[in-house]
Design a protein around this ligand. Structure first.
Ligand code: C2O
Ligand code: CU
Ligand code: CU
Length: 520
């Protein structure tokens, strides 16, 4: 408890306040040597020579079109299926895909208009789809045990109590929310890590009139960048250390990878270390870290002839109030950064590397921009982008909860838990009244990207740390650094029902670092 009992510095340097611990928090933080093994993420090495960086062009996932539409709704058809992809030169990779591509097709839709995604499961395993960042009724949110069974049947293990469908399922998304960069991915109980790793992820761009009216770069100067790291076997197949390669039983990964699986090949939009030819103008990039467990520190090399490399215009939950410049951006798994890069600040002919400065060798490279020619550019980044109403904080009168993200022993092995509980679909960690602002204090041992379903939140403070330059705006995933405390303000005003929140390091999530909240 000592770690959680430290005096806390309030936001903006106000007097230290001590937050009473929620009674459910009875755990003792493990120290570095005290039995908390497997804390660190490990690199799964590929069994083949990696392709040379910057030899393949960036590809852009196809945009999916509705199959049909009526007055209020657009209907989309998605088939989850195995497809053979050419990711590495001369080799085929068997992937789990949405409609045959990795990443899956991009949804490009208007906020406020309902969509229905009719999903058919032709995979050999059950799947669940979650729209990450979506304000979605609980029965369509992709609850981990609400499985879509394979059309060809399944003889494996199934968790009791889920709303299971055979072969197909319709997900209804009202999308009553502001424009934002969302994404969709598999969320199957215990197997999200391997199933996302094999390819079940795609982008979902939500637009609205406010966003459309801004003079930001558009059309082919607005590009999604979905970053993942992967490891490959000699034959080109994905090299993920599942205990059961058939993804039935047992779940989880081999011992060395309990902290998270890192790959040694960086893919952007499914292409290893691609290059992109750009005009010497501004581009808008929607960056998504869809990696299982790797955090990135993104920088441009060389730096532009400008004070900052990236002009951030949006975060997980849409536009910031005003643009924010960064030289380096830390991007945790599942976070989205909507940024403008101005290539007019480079001489034509410059090769600009997008680097990950937290790693060495090829893992320290992401992609390359080749500034090819001058061109005209009527886009601008306005000094005001949107209006963000700060969630009110009324000190001790704001209902407060504490969630401790800690490793702990269970049945003789270490698992990842929240307030000393490993995920149990029947256990509710918190009953939360709709429409009320709450302060959540997130406490941690290791590095955990914490994601909350249903509603975006605002990062209020990092205890004993400065707020990060990228903490502004509406977030749905926040980076927790080891042995640190982050406070968020959140208000759930979507739909009543049971939702999860969890660590988005997918190996931690699969190994039980997930909890239920019941919105009332
Ligand atoms: Cu991106 Cu619960 O997930
Ligand atoms: Cu989510
Ligand atoms: Cu974690």
């Amino acid at each position: 408890m000592s770690m959680s009992r430290r005096g806390f510095i309030g936001a903006a340097g106000s007097a230290a306040v001590v937050i009473p611990l929620a009674s459910a928090c009875g755990s003792t933080p493990t120290d570095a040597n005290g039995g908390a093994q497997h804390k660190e993420q490990s690199v799964q090495k590929s069994a083949l020579a990696a392709p040379r960086p910057f030899t393949q062009p960036l590809t852009i996932p196809p945009v999916i079109r509705p199959t049909s539409s009526d007055a209020n709704t657009d209907y989309y058809d998605v088939t989850a299926k195995v497809a053979s992809l050419n990711i590495l030169p001369g080799l085929q990779t068997q992937a789990f895909t949405y409609n045959g591509t990795f990443p899956g097709p991009t949804f490009d839709v208007k906020a406020g208009r309902k969509i229905v995604v009719r999903t058919r499961n032709e995979l050999p395993v059950p799947t669940v789809t979650h729209l990450h960042g979506g304000k979605t009724p609980p029965e369509h949110d992709g609850y981990p045990i609400d499985l879509i069974m394979p059309v060809n049947g399944w003889n494996g293990h199934v968790h009791a109590g889920g709303n299971v469908t055979q072969g197909t399922r319709e997900y209804h998304y009202p999308l009553q929310q502001r424009a934002a960069t969302l994404w969709y991915h598999d969320h199957r109980m215990d197997f999200t890590g391997p199933q996302v790793y094999r390819g079940l992820a795609g982008m979902h761009i939500l637009r609205d009139d406010e966003d459309n009216a801004l003079p930001l770069p558009k059309g082919n100067r607005e590009i999604p960048l979905i970053i993942t790291d992967r490891s490959f076997k000699e034959d080109g197949s994905f090299n993920y250390p599942s205990l059961d390669p058939n993804l039935n039983h047992p779940p989880g990964v081999t011992g060395a990878f309990h902290g998270g699986v890192l790959g040694d090949v960086t893919l952007v939009n499914g292409v290893p270390w691609p290059y992109l030819e750009v005009d010497a103008v501004k581009y808008r990039f929607r960056i998504l870290n869809a990696s299982n467990s790797r955090h990135y520190k993104l920088e441009l090399d060389p730096k532009p002839n400008a004070p900052q490399s990236f002009i951030q215009v949006g975060s997980d939950g849409g536009l910031l109030a005003a643009p924010r410049g960064h030289t380096m951006m830390q991007v945790a798994p599942a976070e989205r950064f909507d940024v403008v890069i101005d290539f007019s600040k480079y001489a034509v002919g410059t090769m600009v590397t997008l680097k990950h400065t937290g790693a060495t060798g090829n893992s320290g490279l992401v992609m390359q921009f080749r500034v090819a020619r001058t061109a005209s550019d009527d886009s601008t980044v306005p000094t005001k982008l949107s209006t963000i109403e700060p969630l009110p904080w009324t000190g001790g009168n704001t209902p407060t909860r504490q969630f401790a993200f800690l490793q702990g022993p269970e049945n003789g092995k270490m698992v990842w838990r929240i307030n000393s509980k490993s995920f149990d679909p029947n256990y509710i960690h918190a009953e939360i009244p709709r429409g009320k602002v709450e302060m959540w204090q997130l406490v941690t041992d290791a590095q955990h990207p914490v994601h909350v379903h249903l509603s975006s939140f605002q990062v209020q403070a990092r205890i004993a740390e400065q707020l990060a330059p990228t903490d502004g705006g509406w977030k749905d995933t926040v980076r927790l650094e080891p042995n640190k405390v982050v406070r968020i303000l959140v208000r759930f005003d979507g739909y009543p029902g049971k939702y999860v929140f969890h660590c988005h390091n997918l190996e931690h999530e699969d190994m039980a670092m997930m909890a239920n909240m019941k919105i009332t």
